[in-house]
Design a protein around this ligand. Structure first.
Ligand SMILES: O=P(O)(O)O[C@@H]1[C@@H](OP(=O)(O)O)[C@H](OP(=O)(O)O)[C@H](O)[C@H](OP(=O)(O)O)[C@H]1OP(=O)(O)O
Ligand SMILES: Nc1ncnc2c1ncn2[C@@H]1O[C@H](COP(=O)(O)OP(=O)(O)O)[C@@H](O)[C@H]1O
Ligand SMILES: [Mg+2]
Ligand SMILES: [Mg+2]
Length: 325
């Protein structure tokens, strides 16, 4: 076993490999991060995921967000040759987040003990099988139709708010499709970012509360909203309109820091992941009730103020005990 590379100064240096799509390299591996990491003994080394990973060794630690079986196999082979390299995070733990059903299963297993009055749930949801109606599967309009797979493509974020069966007819053949009941939440989504033990919440703009007009009800339990049966949308919390945040976002009271910490820690434990975020909404008309609607592996962490320091501390914590074999 060899120790971390040491410079003449005897300060340990750590070799940290990163494997990302070009977009994330551009937004995350930025000079302010490279420099701070460097000052702290971390050399960030770009991994070329289409070339053999073994040829790019050694690493104390690898951070990554690459979809696909080839990359998973590369990591598995690497781990058997270099068992002491820390892979953040293991592909088999990331996998459940690529499906919008399995991603939320962990939420149903967490327990909030510090504030027992708080309820954390997920919306009622179901994967649509051929020719099923919402009544048959026991869901009520309005709903959001989401692509079941959250596999990184732009289309995995293309969704529809569906107000009635006429609207549902337009999307039901887009398979595989998840249908989730719409939960009114006063137009604000809380995004909770987890970087190891660091848990931080920010608020962003979301979709407006929906009140369907009853007189349009065609017997399917649905209605219309602003005269429409269906409303397509994509990445609302990231859209250009967010530049000038809504009043609702300004006014929204953040969930208590202890609650943010506890949900973050519980989900980290339950998922076995260290780098992720999740979207939480506060259920309108219910006291102390929240719903988790989305969990993302390695999201846009660079949007967090001081992410450079947060990540440098995280990597040092990981590498402290790591060795290069
Ligand atoms: O592009 P960014 O920085 O907005 O980050 C995206 C995330 O935005 P967020 O940090 O939650 O606001 C985004 O989160 P949402 O799903 O929009 O809640 C995803 O994590 C997205 O990754 P992918 O397309 O699902 O693989 C993330 O995209 P990648 O950067 O990983 O491509
Ligand atoms: N069940 C729901 N009820 C109300 N709004 C929702 C619901 N699910 C999602 N949304 C809104 O749609 C946005 C996108 O949905 P999400 O599941 O987070 O997909 P993505 O992975 O594209 O971010 C959320 O940030 C939120 O604004
Ligand atoms: Mg989301
Ligand atoms: Mg998502």
């Amino acid at each position: 076993m060899t120790k971390p590379d040491e410079e003449q100064t005897h300060h340990p240096r750590y070799r940290v490999g990163y494997a990302f799509e070009p977009k994330k390299v551009n937004t995350f591996i930025i000079p302010s991060f490279i420099n701070l990491a460097n000052l702290n003994g971390i050399d960030l080394v770009q991994i070329e995921p289409t070339k053999p990973l073994l040829d790019q060794a050694p690493f104390h630690c690898i951070i990554h967000k690459i979809y696909g079986q080839d990359w998973k196999q590369q990591l598995t082979d690497f781990k058997s040759k270099y068992p002491n390299t820390v892979i953040v995070d293991p592909p088999e733990k990331i996998q459940p987040l690529h499906n919008r059903v399995t991603m939320l299963e962990s939420v149903t297993r967490i327990r909030i003990t510090q504030q027992p009055e708080i309820k954390i749930r997920i919306p009622n949801q179901k994967v649509i099988e051929k020719d099923e109606t919402l009544e048959e599967i026991g869901l009520k309009y309005p709903v959001i139709a989401k692509p079941l797979l959250a596999n990184g493509g732009a289309s995995s974020h293309e969704m529809w708010v569906v107000l009635n069966s006429k609207g549902f007819e337009r999307v039901k053949d887009q398979t595989p499709l998840l249908v989730q009941e719409y939960v009114n939440h006063n137009e604000v989504v809380f995004k909770i970012y987890v970087v190891g033990e660091h848990v931080e919440c920010v608020k962003r703009r979301s979709l407006a509360d929906i009140h369907v007009t009853a007189e349009e009800d065609g017997g399917d339990g649905g209605g219309e909203w602003n005269g429409v049966s269906i409303l397509p949308f994509s990445q609302i919390s990231n859209s250009a309109t967010v530049e000038h945040e809504s009043e609702k976002v300004d006014e929204a009271v953040m969930p208590a820091p202890e609650l943010v910490r506890e949900i973050g820690n519980e989900l980290r434990r339950e998922l076995g992941l260290r780098l992720f975020n999740f979207d939480v909404i506060r259920v309108s008309g219910e006291e102390n009730s929240y719903a988790v609607i989305d969990i993302n592996y390695f999201p846009g962490f660079a949007k967090l103020p001081h992410f450079e320091q947060i990540f440098t501390d995280f990597i040092l914590g990981i590498c402290k005990n790591a060795t290069i074999d």
